[in-house]
Ligand binder design. Structure first.
Ligand code: GDP
Length: 431
């Protein structure tokens, strides 16, 4: 059976930690979308890691980790990350890179940077890791699959076709140097040797694993708000961040997905640019304090180091985020962070053109939304590391249960610290 761990919000909800926790009792962990443009923070007995492309099951010797066909595969980054974790004492992991995955090429990274430069002040705040050009090429059918690396003539032909188009753009739109096909071809052959030991038939492997009764975890990157269809268009990423896409990008059959665990933080954080609507944002010294206290090292992007925007919990966005994921359970992370507050606000509605709604709107309406808050009492104590839900202060439990009522999904996991076992499972939790 399949369980998906996905984000309800803007990403950085703490999915890495929850995946790491549930991986203990799983057989396979799969990345099914996105690339190395976001990171999962995992703190375990080997140390602190920010994984960008490797699945979070990589620390367990019993797990097979899969990079599915839906991922934007940057082979150089993959190999660097593998070397890095092994240098920190992690045993060589079991890893399958789907032969159907497509390659994030050096020209995707260049194009991303050129486009941001061209847009100037109107840029999307891309991480410039090539993700948007990569997925554009995939849907324009000019992408290069991992399997193409093992057929020289085909690779040469596909590369020529892609570069012909890129060079028109690079020279005439961006006024940048043209790409040289032979240099790229040689570089790809080097990548091929680096990833050769891991390349395999992920589709066959996953279907076989499910037939044998194995448990497969789908590990999402970013969150519902960043989905290119159902998120805050166009301030999204370029691959689907929803559990449903795991059926294509892993792939697993839709009928095999039993559980969708939506991860959300006890407050809001978003790494997006300042032009993005972020309704429950906390600005000024209050925001600075939450940012400084947030996560395990303050709220700064795991990949980019950018300060994240922070705010009160947004129940409107989270309810919608859980709904479009098809959440069966929710995991609430970073409850420990809020212990310093006298009062805690929760955004329970959006006021748009004089009317209050609790339904998350489309972007033009979202741009005009103002938060409607309810205020709850804080618990003014340190709950870091509490593993027994009943042992939490009454106001902390009151806060969790208030959020649960508003998002409409049972909060079965409450995380009380960044470390693996700093977690309280509620009786409603089921594996
Ligand atoms: P992901 O992309 O969803 O995996 O999230 P990130 O790893 O980017 O961000 C989550 C941050 O919160 C990381 O710094 C984690 O170490 C940290 N974190 C996760 N759960 C908790 C928690 O319960 N309490 C605290 N204080 N930090 C947490």
């Amino acid at each position: 059976m399949v369980k998906a761990i996905v984000g309800a919000n803007w990403g950085d909800e703490g999915k890495g930690k929850i995946t790491d926790l549930l991986a203990e009792t799983s057989d396979v962990v799969v990345r099914f979308q996105g690339g190395a443009n976001a990171g999962h923070t995992i703190i375990n007995d080997y140390g602190r890691f920010a994984l960008h492309i490797l699945p979070s099951g990589i620390f367990y010797p019993h797990i097979t980790n899969v990079i599915g066909n839906g991922v934007a595969l940057d082979p150089a980054k993959l190999v660097a990350e593998l070397k890095n974790i092994m240098a920190q004492g992690v045993p060589a992991p079991r890893l399958i890179v789907s032969e159907r995955a497509q390659l994030l090429m050096p020209y995707h990274v260049l194009q991303d940077g050129y486009e941001e430069e061209r847009l100037g002040g109107k840029a999307f705040g891309s991480t410039k890791s090539g993700i948007a050009p990569f997925y554009s090429d995939k849907y324009a059918k000019t992408g290069i699959q991992v399997c193409d690396l093992f057929d020289g003539d085909r690779l040469w032909e596909r590369l020529n076709r892609a570069v012909e188009l890129k060079n028109v753009l690079f020279e005439h739109l961006y006024h940048k140097p043209a790409l040289d096909v032979k240099t790229l071809y040689d570089q790809l052959l080097e990548y091929r040797e680096l990833i050769r030991p891991y390349v395999g038939d992920a589709v066959g492997f996953l279907h076989r694993a499910l037939r044998e009764g194995k448990t497969v975890l789908l590990e999402g990157q970013l969150g519902s708000m960043k989905d290119p269809d159902l998120g805050i268009v166009p301030m999204t990423t370029s691959s689907h961040t929803l559990a449903g896409y795991g059926c294509v990008g892993a792939p697993v059959p839709p009928t095999a997905v039993r559980d969708v665990i939506c991860v959300t933080k006890a407050y809001s954080s978003s790494v997006g640019s300042s032009t993005e609507p972020f309704i429950s944002e906390l600005l000024g010294p209050e925001g600075d304090e939450l940012r400084r206290r947030g996560g395990d090292k303050g709220e700064f992007g795991a990949t980019t180091g950018r300060p994240r925007r922070v705010g009160w919990f947004d129940a409107v966005a989270t309810r919608y985020g859980c709904m479009v994921q098809g959440a069966t359970q929710a995991a609430l992370t970073c409850l420990d962070v809020l212990g310093y507050l006298d009062e805690i606000k929760v955004c329970v509605g959006y006021e748009i053109d004089g009317e209050v709604t609790d339904m998350f709107p489309t972007t033009p309406r979202l741009m005009r939304a103002k938060p409607v808050f309810e205020t709850l009492p804080g618990w003014k104590s340190d709950v870091r590391g509490v593993t027994d839900y009943d042992a939490l202060p009454a106001n902390a439990k009151g806060y969790v249960e208030f959020l649960e009522r508003h998002i409409g999904v049972p909060i079965t996991i409450v995380s009380t610290g960044p470390k693996r076992h700093e977690i309280a499972l509620r009786p409603t939790f089921s594996l």
